[in-house]
Design a protein around this ligand. Structure first.
Ligand SMILES: [Zn+2]
Length: 245
């Protein structure tokens, strides 16, 4: 019944995904959105999955594989980490990812990234990594990272497809269109390395203040809305170009 409804809705907003070839001769930057314990590790906190979740596990393994490829090549990687002060909760969500806790650390499969020279870590206290990159002096860590590395293609992965990933993609594409992100051209969202959380309607109805959030459908809608803004949605990413030995 639930999957039939999801299929009906997906028929109304069909999402065509691409197999995207990324050239090794063009600078590509990898953005990892919030692949941290507080959102991904079973039992790690108020917004962590309560039980193992296939979409989240696949997102982690695909992202880790990409991160290894980027680090082998010394290509630029930027990891956003949701991180809040205890006295400043993020409405409407319960307390989560408090700075200095394990919740606000990369998942075990990615924790090695902290030591890699090509990786920039940005702790943010809002959904949108673009806005969360603004420094007290008005500069923007993400914008500076794109410009310093002369990034032309951005590969975006992480969690949640329909919240932090989508917000970041929307802001980035608007900023690119305004000319703030030269030389960035393409924003690619790799769908298999994205995930969102699952609150089925029957659970939301029994939880005070909860919104229904069926995982598969919200993931689909997140990707669809990113595509609506002009992102490429990739179901597969391959590398082409002369630099591959
Ligand atoms: Zn948060």
């Amino acid at each position: 019944m639930v999957s039939q409804t999801i299929d009906l809705l997906k028929n109304e907003i069909p999402l065509e995904q691409e197999s995207v070839d990324l050239s090794q001769d063009v600078v590509t930057g990898l953005v990892l959105v919030d692949i941290i314990n507080g959102f991904c590790t079973v039992g790690a906190g108020n917004l962590a999955p309560r039980e193992p979740n296939r979409q989240i596990s696949e997102m982690i393994s695909e992202s880790a594989e990409l991160a290894m490829h980027f680090c082998d090549k010394k290509w630029p990687v930027l990891a956003f980490i949701d991180s809040h002060k205890p006295e400043k909760p993020e409405d409407p969500y319960p307390l989560h990812c408090i700075e200095g806790t394990e919740e606000s650390n990369l998942v075990p499969a990615l924790s090695w990234l902290e030591k890699e020279a090509n990786v920039t870590i940005r702790r943010k206290d809002c959904y949108d990594g673009f806005l969360g990159s603004i420094q007290p002096d008005g500069s923007n860590v993400f914008v500076d990272w794109v410009k310093k590395n002369q990034i032309k293609t951005l590969l975006v992965v992480g969690i949640c497809t329909d919240i932090c990933v989508l917000d970041f993609v929307c802001s980035t594409i608007s900023a690119r269109n305004l000319g703030f992100l030269t030389p960035l051209v393409d924003v690619v969202v790799y769908s298999r390395a994205c995930a969102t959380f699952d609150v089925p309607l029957r659970v939301a109805r029994n939880t005070k203040g909860a919104l229904a959030h069926p995982q598969e459908l919200m993931h689909h809608i997140g990707l669809y809305m990113a595509k609506e803004r002009g992102a490429k949605i990739a179901s597969q990413v391959s590398w082409v170009g002369a630099k591959e030995p």
